[in-house]
Design a protein around this ligand. Structure first.
Ligand SMILES: Cc1ncc(COP(=O)(O)O)c(C=O)c1O
Length: 375
């Protein structure tokens, strides 16, 4: 029977406690949200939703074509200029998602004959970029600049190291300055995925590369998503103008994809302007993460010290992690649940996001619920 093998896989997943299901949420959910990636609480900010609505009214519901045909509006150009300026890079290129931006950066900068050195804890979109690229990928130990250095020494010719700046599972930060130094010794480039750093790290949320003194460097390329701190949808690559020009001509997820919807571009631009005006939001997200971690640790949970706004709490097994998250939900708290294959080490976790707009009472309530529902 066609697709019969799917049933066998479904049964294996069920037995391993790894079945995933969709749960549409209502617009007025009563749950306290520590599960979304809306780090700065901007997704429903009136200026951001108005930015989306205005852009849709002016430019239409869709961008109408790929970026090289009709899909580049004045709004896309404005967003690219402001995003590059904010993060301290020469140029930026906006994509329909952060996923597409990562595929673009890795495939276009890892051509045939090149070496791509990839951190073992990288996000799936960087991993998929490595799989699609024509270059050879070498996976190295997590957050280990020496391992990157050794790998780069095995190769003559173009090379690039790719790393998340803040790892999505445990919320730990990459040693970005040391990685850049290891790359420089060999004339290699660095591609850093700042999905969880933009809006949270660096002065006023300018990102991890800015914080590490790497913004605008000729050998550093940063990818971001517009869907987390900026409360919108879409992604971007930031870097030297010659790299961005190269992507326009060579990156297939740029060339063969419809341009980002105007509403998403308008929302992201409004959020960016808000963040410029209210830089304290970035600091507040980091402070909330620190407080969540301190309270969880004091209550005896195995929480990982957060470097940005992601706080991860270890669970004994995939099944208990699912039950823990479900019990939190029943008690009015939405938390993320990471299980294999989304975790590199097989350890399941609850994943909490430290939103800048959480109050002290809400933090206290979240920690109490997590304690009361502990497996
Ligand atoms: C580290 C990282 N990179 C890239 C992405 C993909 O971004 P997007 O959701 O905009 O496709 C995500 C999450 O969504 C992420 O966590």
């Amino acid at each position: 029977m066609a697709f019969g093998w799917i049933d066998e896989q479904a049964e294996l997943r069920r037995r391993a406690g790894l079945v995933r299901t969709l749960r549409p949420r209502p617009a007025d959910s009563p749950l306290l949200d520590l599960a979304s990636n809306d780090y700065l609480g901007l997704a429903r900010h009136p200026e951001v939703t108005e930015g989306a609505a205005r852009a849709a009214r002016v430019w239409g519901g869709g961008s109408t074509g790929s970026r090289l045909v009709t899909g580049t509006t004045g709004l896309h150009a404005e967003l690219e200029r402001e995003l590059a300026g904010f993060c301290g890079f020469e140029a930026a290129l906006v994509f329909s998602s952060g996923y597409a931006a990562n595929l673009a950066a890795v495939t276009a900068l890892g051509p045939h004959g090149s070496l791509i050195v990839s951190d073992a804890g990288n996000h799936a979109s960087l991993i998929d970029g490595c799989r699609l690229a024509r270059g050879t990928t070498q996976v190295v130990a997590h957050a280990d600049p020496d391992a990157v250095r050794k790998a780069l020494h095995t190769h003559d010719g173009p090379a690039v190291a790719v790393s998340d700046t803040v790892f999505s599972v445990d919320g730990d930060a990459a040693p970005l300055a040391a990685l850049a130094a290891a790359c420089r010794e060999r004339g290699a480039g660095l591609v850093a995925d700042d999905a969880h750093g933009l809006g949270v790290l660096g002065a006023g949320g300018r990102g991890a590369a800015y914080a590490a003194g790497l913004a605008g460097a000729e050998d550093v390329v940063v990818t971001v998503t517009l869907s987390k701190s900026l409360g919108s949808q879409g992604g971007a690559v930031l870097g030297p103008a010659r790299v961005i020009d190269h992507l326009v001509n060579a990156a297939r997820t740029f060339i063969f994809d419809t341009g980002l919807a105007p509403a998403a571009a308008g929302a992201a631009l409004a959020a960016l302007r808000l963040l410029r005006r209210e830089p304290e939001r970035a600091e507040r997200a980091r402070a909330v993460a620190g407080e969540l971690h301190a309270r969880l640790t004091a209550a005896g949970h195995a929480a990982v010290r957060p470097d940005a706004a992601v706080v991860s709490v270890r669970a004994p097994s995939p099944e208990s992690a699912v039950r823990w998250a479900a019990d939190c939900r029943t008690a009015g708290l939405a938390v993320g649940c990471f299980r294999p294959p989304s975790v590199p080490d097989g350890v399941s976790r609850l994943r909490l996001t430290a939103r800048a707009d959480l109050s002290g009472d809400q933090i206290e309530r979240a920690v109490r619920v997590i304690g009361e529902t502990r497996p």
